[in-house]
Design a protein around this ligand. Sequence first.
Ligand SMILES: CC(C)(COP(=O)(O)OP(=O)(O)OC[C@H]1O[C@@H](n2cnc3c(N)ncnc32)[C@H](O)[C@@H]1OP(=O)(O)O)[C@@H](O)C(=O)NCCC(=O)NCCS
Length: 405
Amino acid sequence: MEIRKLDLADLPQAHDLSSEAFGPPPAGSPQPVPPPEPPPGRHSWGAFDGGRLVAKAVALEFTSWFGGAEVPTCGIAGVAVAAEHRGGGLLRQLFTPLLEESVARGEVISTLYPTANGIYRGLGYELISSYDQVEIPTADLARVRPPLTVRTRRATAADVPAMQEVYAAWAAAQNGPLTRTGPRYGRPAEQELADHTGVTLAVDTVDGVEQVVGWGSWVRSDGYGPQGVVEVWTLVGLSADAYRAIWLTMATFASVAGTVRLRTSGADPARLVLPTAAWGHVARHAHPYSLRVSDVAGALTARAVHVPGLAAEVPFAVAGDVFGASDGHYLLTLGDARGLCGRVSEPSGGAAVPTFTPQGIALAFAGAQSCANLRLLDHLTGPDTHDLVLDAALGGRPLHIHDYF
Ligand SMILES: CC(C)(COP(=O)(O)OP(=O)(O)OC[C@H]1O[C@@H](n2cnc3c(N)ncnc32)[C@H](O)[C@@H]1OP(=O)(O)O)[C@@H](O)C(=O)NCCC(=O)NCCS
């Protein structure tokens, strides 16, 4: 079996393998045309059996917000193994060079949307959140309390920088969302808007100057009547009234679209201004989101752990990484400046330290589970002296994701 990076000439085979695994593109879709050069920030790997591509995985260069810091992230997509080669451990063979290369690029964590959680657990990934769709009867939105001064207007290309600023301010306050910056996000402003029927801005006037304080991008589908849908792809606000203003604009569709469908995740603040209890999850559109810490010291340092007034030295270890890369002893130093994490040698005399499984350090890094819950699941063992410090340092922000890949 030959494991190597794919080049443009391999794309037809990669396309066929994707179609085999995920189903062919809808009838009438144009034949995919190989791009003249590899797309930026995309690295495809394949396993070849006598020249035939039998497994593939794609690494995408992203950055995620965690703890208010931008953390370089390797997003994994397009994983498929040819039917007759499944169950043979090809994923591990593919992921070994793929993750090594991603860590060399500085991507200290890796995330993916598994089609089944068990597929990547053995590779150190664990479920931290999910990207969901919820449906709300459009008429229910009319009961949202009107905002005081915030109003809405349609976005134009000139508004895209302000929309990006609002998104960044919102996303920095969460754990998990992509920054939507970097090599995969270089599209012209007009194209950003062209994907949607409309982008509605929530705007306020501060000292006589208009400020964008939220936005919702939406696509209208399924005709008019009870079956009609307004599909909201991104909804971010910097104030309760920003959310209210956008919800009320969506409510105006009540006579022609029975449902507003929102892409969301976690405990979305957008829900907290709704008077209705309706928030129906569409089961077929729940996409679990998993994370692996590929470089433990690098990831915790990149997360810039800092809790004002909290100074501590937390020794810990990671054990059980199938790639061996994460296993070892570490020291997390918290103090006045941003925290630092480095590799250290094993404590003399073999003194016990808190020890994470790879999945445990993933869940802790993401702030997805408390140390107490990690202990329930055997993802954290050893002395619990520092559990509250770790919870304070790594928790405290809700998990949110907003981009499927
Ligand atoms: C999912 C897929 C890539 C797995 O390939 P594979 O060759 O069976 O993978 P491996 O033999 O390397 O096994 C990796 C792990 O996945 C687990 N696994 C495989 N299929 C699984 C499933 N359907 N549900 C849960 N776990 C599964 C195996 O038990 C193994 O776990 P372990 O490491 O704890 O022993 C392959 O079945 C496939 O191409 N499926 C269709 C496309 C798809 O779902 N791709 C994944 C997109 S996220």
